[in-house]
Design a binder for this molecule. Structure first.
Ligand SMILES: Nc1ncnc2c1ncn2[C@@H]1O[C@H](COP(=O)(O)OP(=O)(O)OP(=O)(O)O)[C@@H](O)[C@H]1O
Length: 584
């Protein structure tokens, strides 16, 4: 509290009071705050103008931008209705811009069809993930899943997960799903190539012209990527970076767009970020970082520390408050409401949804495999399903026309398990096994073991093959299973081996097809049957190519990784691919 008393200091240094204390404060019992003169005058004028009934003049400036707003508050809409309407282009509503020099605040949108890609930077916790949530919700409410398809790459803190159930979302990928991301890259590469070809077939330069000339339409694909920097040093990084580069460069004309967030511009290559027409930034710790993104502006040093408050270069650099995707008093409520609305949209969309990135299950249970519709169909059609293609997830079956199938494995348990799988087929089966084996007799198959019995069976079969060849019967009649050739070979004499070689070599033309299971000792054997097997280019291998020399396709990987559990090589026409099998 200030003391306004004026004193005279006399010759002997004493204080003499010169004025009277007019504050009246001595009378007050407790004094907490004294109004300033300005406040007292303002209060007095306020009371006076009210008592005289004088109306307030409008303020010459707009109130400051709201710190929280939702998309719905800026532009209310019903998604059911919006999905029905045909639109010329795809745009996203970001929030509201403050333009004090023009005394206005206005909604800000970005037209993806026209401008392509968006890149938002920001220090940690400034609102990057929320921005992507809003972009996804705005797109989902305005465009049907037939018009816009979203791919979500969530390398941050799972912030995009609540959007997963939107019917527009083809798939959601997390940082630790490298295999899925690698597959996503391949799928998108194919999609880009397909779209470019569509345009060239019709001799047009944009998707809009393609729509007009062909009468057909492709959905706009939007890739939302949160936390660009987080993918550093991941195995998929080079492939994904090169895809992002391609999309940022070529995506505009073919309707594939990128909306991405990152911390700092210096973490990206200039060749990448310069392809983004719109680069925006939330608060940064360093104002020079802000200037390098939006250009020189005094606003760089005065950015307020408000969540979702950004700078965006339009005609000038403007301050923009991003809208929240949905209402909610706190983050938990926002996430809850996001989930609910995404689910409501999913239920409302009864038409087909975009295809997810096909992935085989981490662990393929035998029971689940046999329940798969495609597997059931294959068995019903008389085929033998071998496993699921790792890339397409389609069922791979034994193509009898391609020849006898060689199965190489160093585990007997895998041979037994494969045998059970074969026994479920409708083929007429004869199994030749060594004396010691762990096979149990299965319905529908004739199990022969022991030297004599096997030798007799081989002679009988060889004779039958001769007869059928003369009778010109070539229809698939019998499947011969040679179980554990490595052990069986040691039990057979030269005659039996030569007859067996004859059955395998000539039997196919007589409808006698064979599956041969062997351990890796096959590589060292020099009998006629083993020599024949070593010429096979059709088979399954449970071991790496670097561990065996029998099956050696032309596309052998240079640096071969160990095979993951339940993954085998499937070699057809000397080309290898990976399949997931139920053999463990
Ligand atoms: N537009 C907005 N309006 C109001 N609050 C917001 C807005 N955007 C974000 N927030 C709030 O700011 C906080 C951080 O948001 P968000 O997680 O999106 O930031 P981030 O930059 O992605 O963080 P990180 O760097 O940790 O990934 C959250 O509490 C969120 O609710």
């Amino acid at each position: 509290m200030e003391d306004h008393t004026i004193y005279l200091i006399n010759d002997i240094g004493q204080y003499e009071i010169l004025n009277e204390d007019l504050s009246g404060l001595e009378a007050a019992e407790t004094i907490r705050e004294v109004p300033t003169e300005l406040e007292a005058i303002v209060d007095q004028m306020d009371a006076l103008t009210k008592s005289l009934g004088i109306a307030e003049l409008p303020q010459p400036w707009l109130p400051p931008l709201a710190e929280r707003m939702t998309l719905e508050e800026i532009r209310p809409l019903s998604f059911e209705q919006a999905w029905q309407e045909k639109k010329q282009s795809v745009s996203i509503l970001l929030g509201v811009a403050d333009i004090p020099q023009e005394q206005k605040q206005e909604p800000v949108s970005i037209n993806l069809t026209k401008d392509g890609n968006v890149l938002l930077y920001g220090a940690p916790g400034t609102g990057k993930t929320t921005f992507l949530q809003s972009v996804a919700m705005d797109l989902a409410r305005n465009y049907s899943p037939e018009e816009v398809v979203l791919y979500l790459l969530d390398f941050g803190t799972n912030g995009l997960a609540p959007l997963g159930s939107l019917p527009h979302v083809a798939d959601l990928m997390l940082l630790d799903q490298g295999e899925k991301i690698a597959k996503f890259v391949r799928i998108l590469e194919q999609e880009l190539a397909k779209r470019k070809k569509l345009l060239s077939d019709y001799g047009v330069g944009t998707m809009e012209l393609y729509r007009q000339t062909s009468g057909k339409e492709e959905p706009t694909l939007v890739i939302l990527l949160d936390s660009f920097e987080a993918m550093r040093d991941e195995a998929f990084e080079p492939a994904l970076q090169s895809l992002l580069m391609r999309v940022s460069r070529e995506g505009l004309s073919i309707g594939v767009h990128l909306v991405m967030t990152a911390g700092r511009q210096s973490n990206l290559r200039a060749t990448l970020y310069s392809n983004f027409k719109h680069q925006l930034t939330l608060k940064q710790n360093d104002s020079s970082e802000v200037r390098s993104i939006v250009g020189s502006t005094p606003l760089a040093t005065t950015m307020e520390d408000i969540k979702g408050r950004a700078l965006m270069k339009r005609h000038e650099v403007d301050v923009v408050q991003f809208a929240l995707p949905v209402a909610g008093h706190n983050d938990i409520q926002v996430v809850e409401n996001l989930r609910t609305e995404a689910q409501t949209m999913r239920e409302a969309w009864q038409v087909s949804r975009p295809s997810a990135i096909p992935m085989v299950p981490e662990e393929l249970e035998a029971s689940a495999f046999y329940q798969m519709p495609a597997v059931k169909e294959a068995y019903a059609a008389g085929q033998l399903p071998l496993g699921l293609d790792m890339e397409t997830v389609e069922t791979v079956t034994w193509q009898v026309a391609k020849g006898n199938l060689l199965y190489l494995t160093d585990k007997e348990s895998q041979m037994t398990s494969f045998m059970e799988q074969i026994a479920k087929s409708q083929h007429k089966l004869v199994v030749l096994a060594p004396r010691l084996h762990s096979l149990s007799k299965q319905e529908g198959m004739e199990l022969v073991s022991g030297e004599e019995a096997v030798a007799n069976m081989i002679e009988a079969l060889a004779q039958r093959v001769e007869e059928r060849l003369t009778e010109r019967k070539s229809q698939h009649d019998l499947t011969l299973l040679v179980y554990d050739w490595g052990s069986l070979a040691d039990e057979l004499d030269a005659n039996s081996i030569s007859s067996l070689t004859f059955i395998l070599d000539k039997g196919r033309r007589a409808g006698y097809h064979a599956i041969i299971m062997s351990d890796l000792s096959l590589g060292r054997r020099i009998d006629s049957m083993s020599k024949l097997l070593k010429t096979y280019k059709y088979g399954l291998s449970a071991v790496r190519f670097s561990d065996q020399t029998v099956l050696s396709p032309i596309n052998k990987p240079l640096r071969e990784q160990p095979l993951e559990s339940q993954v085998h090589y499937y070699i057809e026409d000397n080309i290898a691919s990976k399949i997931k099998v139920i053999m463990e």
